[in-house]
Design a binder for this molecule. Structure first.
Ligand code: TNX
Length: 525
């Protein structure tokens, strides 16, 4: 081969590498194009663009919904979003309107969305489907400027029933407004479960009437020694109601028997030795423990889980169960068995971190896998016995990990977790012996030892939550990193418009909003 040919071949390889998304393509791309269905995230099951057709949403657009409280509620959300008229009841779409119609024959959360020259129709069998259709519609609208929609016919439904995000409000406390904000951002991506990690060594964050010192004593600090805080029953109900309006289920977690120093500080009689522990504001894990086998412990679990069950309309109560490293195995097993029985007696389904698989499981208990190995013997055995899994492998879904190894905030024990890693795995083949049918869904947990502000929440959560959300919703046939990274990049103007301080990682070709040429030119590459 002559020298010229070698150079040409090398240049070709470099071009291929760039196109494949090795993280070198950092130049901002202009957003002067119209949005298409290919920008929607998570990718829909099927979408047929109708070429040359557009619908411009007029100010005060008519919104018609089936006469049903849930459909009307979704209609009110659309009216708010598009500055439309108040929703009116109806069963067909008038010309130039947006219609949300309930129809039989759709699966849970399934919807169709039709945009033609004369308006928009979303059909589903319930409010959740209509609501996800609206989120798709929202992504077809330009982030700012005139509301022009491309003609399209979409059929869509989720791959997994459980698509979650977790916020640890124990290591650092976050107020109700911050939680609501996360609900809004997560539901944009059709995430339908909010797991709240409500207790840990550093703080107890939910008021329990029958054990008042849990919050008044146990809620008074956090990592680093700040003021901490807690949710009153009313705060918690507000969060639950806000999430429910967006078709998101709250999954409350009280972590037992480990991660309980704050509870023991409030009620030292629950500890093995009965000695008042010190307030803890550090970040070590695995050292605290509730003492099992006592009447008082049983009363504690019954009261706490009973009160939380009564405030929680969703089907799940998470009992933790992770990292009880100082307890004899028999004690651990006795305690988590009792906790599962109490949850089941409340008519709820227990969820526990996957260490629970080493103990006896109640029928129906769901395990949440947070390991970093693609095999786990106990978990496999539990699946064989009929238990379902939520997958949160730390090296793929943990939002507290760094995006990049060599820079940025975040932890490193399971990372770095960049967007390509968060996206580049198939839940159905990830864990040996765990078929797709055993997977209830996926969750991206945000532990907050290193996170104390809204900006930090944003930085850790985005873009990675969008990647996990797409794995949870879209069929595996749509998965392709080279396309996905462009869909991710197209979210940037949306996040900017919403004030989301996402991590501008190099692996994603971020779209920039149209800006004066001088402003674009002065941006660093
Ligand atoms: C492990 S994952 C924990 C948490 C920590 C997290 C930090 C799990 C069930 N337990 O207590 O916050 O690592 O990455």
């Amino acid at each position: 081969m002559g020298r010229g040919l070698v150079l040409a071949a090398v240049a070709g390889l470099v071009r291929t590498a760039l196109a494949a998304g090795t993280g070198v393509l950092t130049r901002p791309e202009q957003a002067r194009r119209e949005l298409t269905i290919a920008d929607v995230l998570p990718a829909p099951v099927s979408a047929d663009p109708v070429d040359g057709v557009r619908f411009t949403v007029p100010a005060g657009v008519r919104i018609v919904t089936t006469a049903d409280p849930e459909a009307t509620r979704v209609g009110a959300y659309v009216a708010d979003l598009l500055h439309g008229a108040s929703p009116e009841p109806g069963d067909r779409r008038p010309a130039g309107a947006i219609a949300l119609l309930l129809r039989p024959g759709y699966a849970d959360e399934e919807y169709t969305l039709e945009v033609d020259a004369d308006g928009v129709t979303i059909r589903a069998s319930g409010g959740a489907g209509l609501s996800w259709g609206v989120q798709t519609l929202r992504q077809l609208l330009p982030p700012t400027g005139p509301a022009v929609l491309p003609g399209v016919y979409v059929t869509d439904r989720p791959r997994f029933a459980y698509r979650g995000v977790m916020l640890d409000v124990a290591r650092h406390f976050f107020d109700v407004a911050t939680v609501k904000r996360l609900v809004d951002l997560a539901t944009m991506y059709k995430v339908n479960h909010l797991h709240l990690h409500l207790s840990d060594d550093q703080g107890w964050r939910i008021a329990i009437d029958s054990w008042p010192l849990l919050t008044s004593v146990g809620g008074r600090t956090q990592v680093g020694g700040g003021a901490g805080g807690y949710y009153t029953a009313d705060d918690y109900r507000q969060i639950v109601a806000y999430a429910q309006e967006r078709f998101m289920t709250v999954v409350p977690e009280v972590d037992v028997p480990g991660h309980t120093n704050a509870a023991l500080l409030a009620y030292p009689e629950l500890a093995y030795d009965g000695v008042v522990p010190r307030q803890y504001t550090g970040t070590r894990v695995g050292w605290s423990a509730l003492c099992p086998g006592r009447e008082l412990t049983a009363k504690f679990l019954t009261d706490v889980l009973g009160e939380i069950a009564a405030m929680t309309p969703g089907p799940y109560l998470h009992i933790g169960g992770d990292e009880a490293l100082t307890m004899p195995a028999g004690d651990y097993a006795a305690l988590v068995r009792q906790a599962q029985e109490i949850v089941a007696a409340q008519g709820k389904t227990p969820i526990g971190w996957h260490e629970l698989a080493g103990a006896p499981l109640a029928a129906g208990t769901v395990l949440q896998y947070w390991g970093i190995t693609p095999w786990a013997r106990d978990v496999m055995a539990a699946v064989r016995a009929g238990h379902r899994l939520i997958l949160s492998p730390a090296d793929r879904t943990y939002l507290d990990q760094r995006h990049e190894f060599w820079r940025g905030p975040g932890r490193t024990w399971a990372g770095p977790v960049n967007a390509q890693r968060a996206y580049g795995w198939d839940p159905a083949t990830y864990l040996a012996g765990v078929p797709e049918s055993a997977i209830l869904g996926l969750e991206a947990p945000l532990w907050t030892e290193n996170v104390s502000t809204v900006d930090q929440i944003d930085h850790q959560t985005f873009p990675r939550l969008a990647a996990i959300a797409e794995l949870g919703w879209s069929p595996s046939s749509t998965h392709d990193w080279r396309l996905f990274r462009h869909r991710l990049g197209a979210q940037a103007p949306r996040w900017e418009a919403l004030g989301v301080r996402f991590a501008r990682v190099d692996e994603v070709p971020w779209v920039t909003v149209e800006a004066p040429a001088s402003a674009v030119a002065s941006r660093p590459d």
